[in-house]
Design a protein around this ligand. Structure first.
Ligand code: CA
Length: 230
């Protein structure tokens, strides 16, 4: 069955373009021109599989819509891609405070947006496994044995580097703020700063060589694991 994308966008032309392109990619769409309409659409069952959420809406803001969605058990896990013209809002919308999974800045390329949509929908599925290991592009990871290969050549990681990589893989396609990585990898009580995260990501990237580019830096925001696919 086709996956349904809820497009929350008050610019009619842009909404129509998105509908057209998403239909061409085999998705179904529901369009909401305001925050109130978005909340009505989210309260219907079944809920959409993904939400493209404009931050600036005529009534409620995208932030309020996202909070509403995260509060309801049926919609809490739906991927949200926030669309914003304001780069200074990004760290807030993808952080703990609001909880969007990814973002694009206006003006954006529709092609890029569709790649993000597909990446978000993929993360709901288990990573492709071969025997006990996960294969993502040039990278192969055995989570039980804590072993990593790039192009079939083993790379030796520290326990912490492995945990960091595994966290990225589990949350692939999603923007990870430095603060959320600190909490998940180091633990909230650890006496380290966000600079530690940067140092470890840098080292991990070096160790992964050609697969290091899967760890994207998002300036002022954090990181995102984007494997070679699609
Ligand atoms: Ca708008």
């Amino acid at each position: 069955m086709a996956e349904t994308i809820l497009i929350v966008e008050d610019e009619q032309d842009l909404a129509a373009t998105l509908e057209y392109r998403l239909h061409k990619e085999g998705f179904e769409t529901v369009t909401a021109p305001s925050g109130t309409a978005a909340i009505e659409a989210l309260d219907r069952r079944p809920p959409p599989d993904l939400v493209l959420l404009d931050l600036m809406l005529p009534d409620l803001s995208g932030v309020e819509v996202c909070r509403h969605l995260r509060r309801a058990p049926d919609t809490a896990h739906i991927p949200v891609i926030m669309v914003t013209a304001r780069a200074d809002e990004i760290d807030r919308v993808v952080g703990f405070e609001v909880g969007a999974d990814d973002y694009v800045c206006k003006p954006y390329s529709v092609r890029e947006l569709i790649l993000r949509v597909k990446a978000q929908l993929r993360r709901g599925r288990p990573a492709p496994r071969e025997g006990g290991s996960i294969s993502l592009g040039r990278l192969r990871v055995d989570p039980d044995a804590h072993r990593v290969w790039v192009d079939d050549e083993e790379r030796i990681l520290t326990a912490l580097e492995f945990k960091l990589l595994h966290t990225f893989i589990e949350r692939r396609g999603r923007v990870q703020s430095r603060e959320s990585l600190l909490d998940e990898v180091w633990g909230i009580t650890a006496d380290v700063t966000t600079r530690t995260v940067d140092t470890h990501v840098k080292r991990l990237r070096q160790k992964l060589g050609p697969a290091g580019s899967y760890l994207e830096t998002l300036r002022g925001v954090g990181y995102r694991f984007a494997d070679a696919a699609p």
